[in-house]
Design a binder for this molecule. Structure first.
Ligand code: NAD
Ligand code: LMR
Length: 338
């Protein structure tokens, strides 16, 4: 009896000291926006976040005041336009949803001219103030903004490929939900690995790797693939000029941040697709690629190979790679010429 309660006390004190020892400060850059606000809300409810730093060129102190009343333990601070450096002090994870969203008729690449410099300047501040931080890029076009962040950090001499991520989780969330819609199963049973990049044809869902996805007839398969690849357009069209996905993206961004925080805190077996510097297609000149990545105490622990794919998926991949390559090169060139 005593031995059991002593063991329990030891266990409690261990878990108490490890959670008490870990302080994770997370910054959201673009916290006043359509994604930034609900993302800040969701991060405030995450027990792995001990401090939340909300920055935007507009409205972040108001969002911070609002979110700070939620009865979870983390502290929240909001920073106005001229306080970026203060917002980044001591931060371990930086999530970036800053930038303009699409309107109907636009591609994500059409956002490049505006968002490239926003992301470049934010990355440069991270390099200066919190060079050890993990950077999670949401701002579009992700296929180019991630290489922009990497190039800025490289120029500053602080790039670590284990710490820069393009958030492609919304593609995975959609794939899971849309497949469940077709099969009638619960989304939790219809996980799908989505690889490649984050725009149209560069989004490659590997449905053949799931028990529910591999039995689909050809017609259903192609409609489903198209819906996963162009799900963003559905939302842009429905919002009719008022922006793109914000709520589902906040959910996806919070989900990916939680996965990273679990990996950083030592949890084993945290594996999810994300767009990172990768050797998988480096021989074809493609430096960044989204595939299943194991997250751990240093960020990226292991990049998993694609595994077996069908002939149709190989065809999707063949269509993905040239676009992805040019999107990546565009991002790289932008920083070279800046
Ligand atoms: P939004 O216009 O509602 O919000 C963007 C916010 O960024 C605004 O509050 C704005 O003030 C802020 N901002 C602009 N420049 C800034 C700067 N230099 N520093 C800090 N903040 C700055 O847009 P949104 O709907 O939240 O979308 C944001 C971005 O996320 C867009 O580029 C969009 O395409 C992208 N997005 C990506 C995904 C994905 O899956 N990765 C999904 C949805 C949207
Ligand atoms: C999405 O996939 O919803 C985002 O990338 C936003 C967009 O422009 O479609």
């Amino acid at each position: 009896m005593f031995a059991r309660s002593a063991a329990r006390a030891a266990l409690n004190s261990r878990s108490f000291s490890s959670s008490a020892a870990r302080h994770t400060k997370v910054a959201v850059l673009g916290a006043g926006g359509g994604i930034g606000q609900p993302l800040s809300l969701l991060l405030k409810t995450n027990p792995l976040v001990t401090s939340l730093s909300l920055y935007d060129i507009r409205g972040a102190p108001g969002v911070a005041a609002d979110v700070s009343h939620i009865d979870t333990a983390s502290e929240v601070n909001g920073y106005p336009a001229d306080k970026l450096d203060q917002a980044l002090e001591g931060v371990e994870v930086v999530v970036i949803p800053a930038g303009v969203p699409r309107k109907p008729g636009m591609t994500r690449d059409d956002l490049f001219n505006t968002n490239a410099s926003i992301v470049r300047d934010l990355a440069s501040a991270v390099a200066r103030v919190s060079p050890q931080a993990h950077i999670l890029v949401i701002s579009n076009p992700v296929n180019s903004t991630v290489p922009i962040v990497a190039s800025v950090l490289e120029k500053a001499g602080v790039f670590d490929p284990r710490r820069v991520f393009g958030v492609t989780t919304l593609d995975v969330v959609r794939a899971r939900r849309f497949l469940a819609g077709v099969t009638g199963n619960h989304p939790k049973d219809t996980g799908v690995t989505v690889v490649g990049g984050h725009s149209g044809k560069t989004i490659v869902p590997l449905l053949s790797q799931t028990s529910y996805g591999k039995g689909l007839d050809k017609e259903t398969w192609s409609q489903l693939v198209h819906r996963i690849q162009f799900g963003g357009d559905e939302v842009v069209k429905a919002k009719d000029g008022a922006g793109s996905a914000t709520l589902s993206m906040a959910y996806a961004g919070a989900k990916f941040t939680d996965s990273l925080l679990r990996g950083l805190s030592g949890e084993k077996g945290v594996i999810t697709p994300t767009f990172v510097k990768s050797d998988l297609f480096a021989d074809q000149g493609i430096e960044f690629f989204s595939s299943n990545v194991e997250l751990g105490p240093n960020g990226v622990e292991k990049i998993h190979p694609l595994g077996p794919i069908s002939a149709e998926e190989q065809q999707l991949l063949n269509e993905c790679l040239p676009d992805l390559k040019s999107n990546i090169e565009k991002g790289r060139k932008f920083v070279e010429q800046s």
